[in-house]
Design a protein around this ligand. Structure first.
Ligand SMILES: Cc1ncc(COP(=O)(O)O)c(C=O)c1O
Length: 354
């Protein structure tokens, strides 16, 4: 950095590669690069947002009613639920509770980049266990690393970007082997996978679950995420937060979204159909597609991947090149939308090479 800043900044910032810079100008394109909902949110959400009054906008938000409503939806006690500004922010809150300079964090990579980002920012020492190119969860290596009692173990289930799912039996093994480690299970894609260990927060005080309304419900622009943990850990999380961590429109939208469960059901069904269609089409053409139970596919297109990604971009179709994950070109992550959107993607792919 060539800044003439005379003020000392946090030492950890020196170890941080420049932050993730999201792409701009994506509106109107076929956005398959951020694992977002590709059809927008429920119309009921837009109607509820339009009814927000000037008084409501001018007031600091109140949370108790919303928290009770959300707790009922998730079948937890309000004391076990923490509201945050997206799952990203939920992860930051958890870091603020457990991490400080020198504390150890265990990560499985390639994984969700924010795990590493916050760990570096906290000045933590990071132990990494890697997936091999078959993308099987490296369970035995994780079990060995847990013996060294890291303060926090982060994993996304299903994992982003690989889509790998860790079974409940394996998760139980991890939780029972590491009572002194905060095991953070990021379930951002639970709406699609149907897999959650949320009810286990009563059984395992070392378990912390993170979820979001950004994906299936399509509220990414409003930022609403959740932390679930035993009441004691949830209280510590709230202690690190400012008094108004979530905006009023996010709460209003959440309430309306929960009232329209048909929207989520039909979107999840559309994504599943797309998953089947795209997997079949790619496999027929010799592309290796990894198993997915989420709203995205991870596939190995081999050396032509960068050209394909760029060619699609020219057609207004955005997908994510993940060459950096294994140090070679080939891996691409593609979000799944409706079957009509998937047919458009397939037409685009056909124009590139097939
Ligand atoms: C595993 C995982 N966690 C968290 C997030 C971020 O979610 P949010 O929009 O709620 O911050 C994502 C988004 O891609 C994700 O893949």
């Amino acid at each position: 950095m060539s800044v003439k800043l005379k003020i000392k900044v946090r030492a950890a910032l020196r170890n941080l590669e420049s932050g993730f810079v999201p792409h701009e100008g994506r509106q109107g394109k076929l956005r398959l690069d951020y694992n977002e909902n590709t059809i927008g949110c429920s119309p009921a959400v837009l109607r509820a947002l339009a009814r927000i009054t000037g008084e409501q906008v001018s007031m600091y938000p109140e949370y108790e009613v919303a928290r009770r409503r959300l707790a009922r939806h998730f079948r937890v006690r309000p004391a076990e639920l923490v509201l945050a500004n997206g799952a990203d922010d939920s992860l930051r809150v958890i870091m603020d509770v457990f991490l400080e300079r020198g504390a150890t964090v265990l990560l499985v990579e390639p994984g969700f980049p924010m795990f590493r980002f916050y760990s570096v920012l906290a000045g933590a020492r990071i132990t990494r266990v890697r997936f091999n190119e078959d993308l099987k969860f490296p369970l035995e290596a994780v079990m060995a690393a847990l013996k060294r009692r890291p303060r926090v173990f982060f994993l996304a289930n299903p994992n982003n970007p690989t889509g790998t799912v860790l079974g409940k039996r394996e998760l139980r093994r991890i939780l029972e082997a590491a009572p002194g480690t905060a095991v953070v299970v990021d379930e951002a894609y639970a709406d699609f996978s149907g897999i959650t260990v949320l009810p286990w927060i009563r059984r395992y005080p070392n378990l912390i679950v993170v979820q979001t309304f950004s994906k299936g419900l399509g509220l990414a622009g409003l930022r609403l995420g959740f932390i679930f943990a035993c009441a004691e850990v949830a209280e510590l999380c709230r202690k690190t937060q400012p008094p108004f961590p979530v905006s009023l429109p996010a709460l209003v939208a959440a309430r309306a979204a929960l009232g329209d469960s048909a929207f989520l059901r039909s979107y999840v069904a559309a994504v599943k159909e797309s998953r089947k269609m795209l997997t079949g089409w790619l496999e027929q053409r010799g592309v290796r597609v990894f198993p997915s139970s989420t709203n995205f596919l991870f596939a190995d297109f081999g050396p032509k991947a960068p050209k394909i990604v760029q060619g699609l971009e020219k057609l207004g179709i955005l997908v994510r090149d993940r060459a950096s994950d294994f140090g070679r070109p080939g891996f691409v992550r593609i979000a799944l939308g409706t079957p009509a959107q998937t047919r458009r993607l397939i037409r685009g792919l056909r124009q590139q090479v097939w």
